[in-house]
Write a protein that binds this ligand. Sequence first.
Ligand code: PMP
Length: 451
Amino acid sequence: MKTKPTAADWIARDQSVVQHPGGGGGAHTLVLSHGEGARLWDVDGNSYLDAQGGAWLNKVGYGRKELAKVAAEQMERLACFSIGFDYANTPSIEFAEAMVARAPDNIKKVRFETGGGEADDHALQLARIYQAQKGHPERRKILIHRDAYHGGTAAGVALTGGKPGVAPTSPDSIVLTPPRPYHTELYDSRDMVEFCVEELRAAIAEHGAESIAAMFGEVMIGPGGMIPLPDNYWPEMTAVLKEHGILFVADEVVTGFGRAGAWFMSKEYGLSPDMIVLAKGICSGYVPMAAVMMSEDVAETVNGLGPGNSYAGHAVGAAVGLEHINIIERENLLENCVARGAQFLEELAPLKDHPFVGNIRGRGLMMGIELVSDKETRAPLIKDAPWLFADLPRYLRQAHGVLLGLRTNVILLTPPLVIDPAEVTHVCDALIKSIGQIDPQTLRLPYLAAE
Ligand code: PMP
C-alpha cells in the first residue's frame, strides 16, 4: 500500500529542486497544505495561526470559496488576453473603476502589473518619461529613503543602495534619512519632520531640482519595520516636492487596500500622489496582481508610452480583485482591522517593560516590535544574537503554533484582517511568553527539536 508522503519526505524533495528566496529550505521548512481564515495547516495536519499574512499581504484569510468560484468562472470564459493596444476585458474595467473610486481624488487611471517590484520599476520609467514629455529629459534622479524597499528588480536594488557585484548603487539615487520616530538619534535631537524637510530642501538645492524626476516613498514604512508616520510628515515633504516640480510616487505595496485600516494610506494622510504603486494586498495574493495608479496629468502625459507586460489586465486577476474588494466591504474588514490593531497594542503593552523590547508600534494590522539590547542606545538585539532571526519565529511556531517573521531587528506583525479577538489574544500571549524565554545571559531560546 502506498503511504501518504510526510512533511519530511516533501522537505527532502524540496531541498533537491527548489531554491527559497532568503535562504532557508532546511529541516525547519514548513510545508503548507491548506488554510481557512487566519489558520494554516501543514501536510502532516498540524495547524498554525498566521500572524504575518504571508509576505504581509493576506487580508481576507485563506480558503475563500467566493474567490475560487469567481476565478474558475472567469477562467472558463477568458483567462488572459493582454490589454495592450486595442484590447480590453470587462473584469479589468470594473476592477479599475472600483480602485479609482477608493483612491485619493486626484487619482484617475490604473496600469495593471503583476508584482510590486515590477510596478515600482515601471513607475520609475514612467516618472522619467513624464518629465521628458514635459520638456525635461535631464530630470532623471530619484529621491529615496535609506533602507527603503521598492522591489527586487535591478532598478529597485540599485536605487535603494545597490548590491556589490549585482547592481551597483545608482548614481541617480539621492538618499534621504528615513522617518523613524523611535530613532530620535537620527535627527540631531531635533523634531523629526523639521529635520527631514530641511534635509530634503538641502538635497534639492545641492542636486538642482532640474535634475530630479521623482521621489519614491513608502507611505508608512513597511519592510523597514512597519512604522506609522506623524500626520504632517508626508504633507510637508510632498509640499516641497510640488514646489520643485518633482513627482511623488507613493509606494503603497504594503499599506494599500486595508493593511492599516484604510483603502489608501495616502488618502488618510491627505496626499495627492502623482502615482501610487500597489501589489501584495490588492488580491490577498490569490493571484499575482499589481498596479500603478496615476493622476490625470501623469496618465495623459505617459499615455501610449512606457513598459507593458504580457499579463496586463489579467482577467482572472481582475475578477478576483473585484470580489476581494466586495469581501472586505461585506465583512467590514477595515473596521475589524482597526479594532484588532488596537487590541494588539493593548494586549502587547506588558512587553514594553521587557528589557529587550524597545518599541511597539502600529496602525491597523501593520505593527512592529523592535528588539533592542539596550533601551538607552536602542542598539539592535539581533546584532548581539543573530540566531534569534531564525530561532524566534521557529520557537513561536513550535511552542505556540504562531507564524511570525522578523526583518532586520523588528518582529513584523501583519495578520490577515479576518483575525478574531481570541486569535489576537493567543498571538499576544505567545509573543509575551516567547520573548520572556530569551535567556538574558546567553540570549538563547530553550532548545527545540527539528520538526
Ligand atoms: N515595495 C514595498 C514597500 C514592498 O514591501 C515590497 C515587497 N516586500 C515591494 C515593493 C515589492 O513587491 P513584490 O515582492 O511583489 O515584488
